[in-house]
Design a protein around this ligand. Structure first.
Ligand code: FAD
Ligand code: UDP
Length: 390
């Protein structure tokens, strides 16, 4: 057994870390986690910037939120959370509006003082034919939720920048996750619990695997046969594997490539205490080439004392199609993608001793809490039975 372990996990993201933690705790087995990157945490990894003391989320802003009690209790075993509440603003046509779309956005946009009932009636009129039908895609869903003029102002161009795909070909679920409120509540999430890990994401993840039975090897690519912990040697030894990399890569793209969006980040450092006055500014219009800008220090105002004064760090997000070798971030999920994925999934189910999971392994637009929930379930239903047989 080249791994010297009872279970090998490919990928130290939240799916892999959760399964590793569960396997060590409940089955008492030795777990080896490999990751091709030089850090744990997958896309939720963060680091503290040396110059400013600001926590930077290396793969884009990560906000934890959930309504799932099992997940909330689980994550609280490893970290405390701050009382951060996510709020986002959007710049449109030279004005700043609150998001998600709420009565404040609506009244500012229409220069009006609508009551909740009046605003509802207006949006319904403006949704026209879409008001009562079932939304089959993002375009119909957007118009149904907020009516045509608000859709064109806040969703159409942002979505075009983010996806470069006809909104009529995107799944409605992409924007169904955003609330629309006919009151002045501008909390971005509708979940019961939210917050940021008090000592940063990486401290949280280190606690999850602080078990002597769990070992991590970084800079190791599962597909690289020049190193011993590769797909072929592990399969020959019959070691159970949890694979959280891209599912199409696992099968050498033999049924075609699944399409992803990736994001390029452009960092800007300003000699200012506060650049935006909020953590996230979305840019709704087509003339600004990036979708949004993140001012990381504003996620953690409770750390004000530890920041270098007069300095802030902002990351602009430029979205584009991922090519092979880019970080796959957002599954595009057109009908063609879904059909290819279904075929890979059928193959994956036949793969001996191997469990597929996570955002890449199941081609799903999952948030962290969903990944943790599916990992807790996958441990019980799919991984534990393999350990018993092993
Ligand atoms: P990943 O974190 O992607 O981990 C997979 C790991 O597998 C990676 O570390 C990768 O290096 C490794 N790997 C892949 N192939 C190989 C290989 N061949 N060999 C070895 N290792 C390999 N969620 C939220 O809840 N809130 C947010 O605000 C939020 N914002 C997001 C913003 C962006 C820009 C993105 C992209 C995602 C965001 N998410 C957010 C989602 C969150 O990142 C994911 O739900 C979660 O990190 C997925 O965990 P995972 O373990 O499935 O995958
Ligand atoms: N969206 C939009 N305008 C905005 C914010 C979001 O059109 O100002 C749409 C866009 O299609 C985006 C989706 O809603 O992809 C989900 O937004 P969210 O902020 O949840 O995206 P994420 O944080 O996952 O990138």
């Amino acid at each position: 057994n080249p791994a010297n372990a009872d279970l090998v996990i490919v990928g130290a993201g939240l799916f892999g870390l959760t399964v590793a933690q569960q396997a060590a705790e409940h089955a008492g087995v030795r777990v080896l986690i490999i990751d091709v990157r030089d850090h744990i945490g997958g896309n939720a990894y963060s680091y503290f910037d040396k110059e400013t003391g600001i926590e930077i989320h290396k793969y884009g802003a990560h906000l934890f939120h959930t309504s799932n009690r099992r997940v909330w209790e689980y994550v609280n075993r490893f970290t405390e959370f701050t009382d951060y509440v996510h709020r986002v603003y959007a710049t449109h046509d030279g004005e700043v509006y609150p998001l998600p779309i709420n009565l404040g956005t609506i009244n500012q946009f229409f220069r009006a003082h609508y009551t909740p009932a009046e605003a509802r009636a207006l949006v319904e009129r403006q949704a026209g034919e879409h008001a009562h039908g079932i939304a089959r895609n993002l375009d119909e869903q957007g118009k149904k939720l907020i009516g045509q003029p608000l859709y064109e102002a806040f969703i159409k161009n942002y979505t075009a920048k983010q996806w470069q795909t006809d909104p009529a070909e995107l799944p409605a679920s992409i924007i169904r996750r955003l609330p629309v409120r006919f009151n002045y509540d501008n909390r971005y999430f509708k979940d019961t619990w939210e917050g940021l890990p008090k000592n940063g994401y990486t401290a949280w993840f280190e606690r999850m695997i602080a078990d002597p039975r769990i070992e991590v090897k970084l800079g190791v690519d599962f597909f690289d046969e020049s190193q011993p912990l590769n797909r072929r040697t592990l399969a020959e030894a019959g070691v159970p594997v949890v694979y959280t990399g891209p599912i199409d890569r696992y099968f050498d793209y033999e049924l075609g490539e699944l399409k992803w969006r990736t994001v390029d980040f452009k960092e800007r450092r300003y000699d200012e205490d506060d650049h935006f006055g909020c953590p996230v500014m979305n840019y709704s219009d087509a003339d600004v080439p990036y979708t949004r800008a993140i001012e990381f220090k504003n996620f953690n105002p409770e750390r004000a004392e530890s920041y270098a004064p007069g300095k802030t760090v902002v990351w602009e997000e430029y979205s584009r199609f991922a090519r092979r070798g880019d970080e796959p971030y957002y599954p595009i999920n057109t009908d063609e993608d879904k059909s290819i994925y279904d075929q890979y999934r059928t193959k994956a189910q036949l793969e001996p001793n191997t469990v597929f999971g996570g955002r890449l392994g199941t081609y799903q637009y999952y948030d962290m809490h969903q990944v943790i929930d599916t990992a807790l379930t996958a441990y019980v239903e799919e991984v534990a039975p393999l350990l018993n047989r092993w």
